[in-house]
Design a protein around this ligand. Sequence first.
Ligand SMILES: O=C(O)/C=C/c1cccc(O)c1O
Ligand SMILES: [Fe+2]
Length: 313
Amino acid sequence: MPIALAAMSHSPLLGRVDPGPDTTSAVESAFDSVRRFVKDFDPDLIVCFSPDHYNGFFYDLMPPFCVGYNAVSIGDYGSQAGPLDVPADTSRALAEYVLDQGVDLAVSLRMEIDHGAVQPLEIVYGSISAKPVIPVFVNSVAPPFVPLARVRALGAAIGRYFANTEQRVLFLASGGLSHDPPVPRLATASAEQREALLGGGRHLSPDARDERERRVIRAAHDFVAGKADIKELAPEWDERFLDIVAGGDLSSLDSWSPQWMTDVAGNSSHEIRTWVAAYAALAALGEYRVDFRFYRPIKEFLAGFAVTTAVLE
Ligand SMILES: O=C(O)/C=C/c1cccc(O)c1O
Ligand SMILES: [Fe+2]
């Protein structure tokens, strides 16, 4: 069973806010490791577990999980825009299998995805269409959230689908660990922001897109200067998460309530859900070993930033 996993954080501040030479070279070296790992493994198919940041999924209809039969990158923050190479028949068969296994999910025949889904593909391959990709959206930004046990169930069902595959399959997770970037939230939204969160923010005009991106870049500079009104990163929480993932007993995450995660590690800490799904997929196929681990809290990226790779024993 040729299956492997890569999990990495993303940040739109990469290449936009300079974290200094030491962190830059440490991050580049982690990216080199993941590139080597993926290129050596040479997948036929990538299952990409990613969040969305109110670019493709909105509160007019917010599913916990969604499998794309087709996907287009909107190209935010200078990421590559355009279609992914999605094998629609495999996506459909996967979604039907997961539903049959008792895990509810939505499907999309026109999924719109953002930097959260495509940045790892660009880092590894320099292109979003280099390999066939099944996009799996895992809601990580828009409360209410399902318990992590359900995220594990999603991942495990996806893993089981590939139990007898002859294809080389890479589970790829994209998500920051602790972080609290200034993404608008329903609970505190102005009337205008609320309208955007309900779907008005779909297909922003170039000016509105620029304004949104400038605000986040400003927030990163303010965060570094100690002037941003956002939660501090939580490196201890991040290392604890990475220890659990490396230890293999993902069920110990079931006691991490959504509210506790938000309180300790920030509103976007829920992006670890993508990691939980991907690791649960791998764990469903046997014991695994994390063979590469990188972590740094990087204020310039507004994120606890980690990269891991893992293989089946
Ligand atoms: O969508 C945005 O405007 C910001 C996203 C962001 C910022 C920092 C870390 C992340 O993981 C993000 O997705
Ligand atoms: Fe994100």
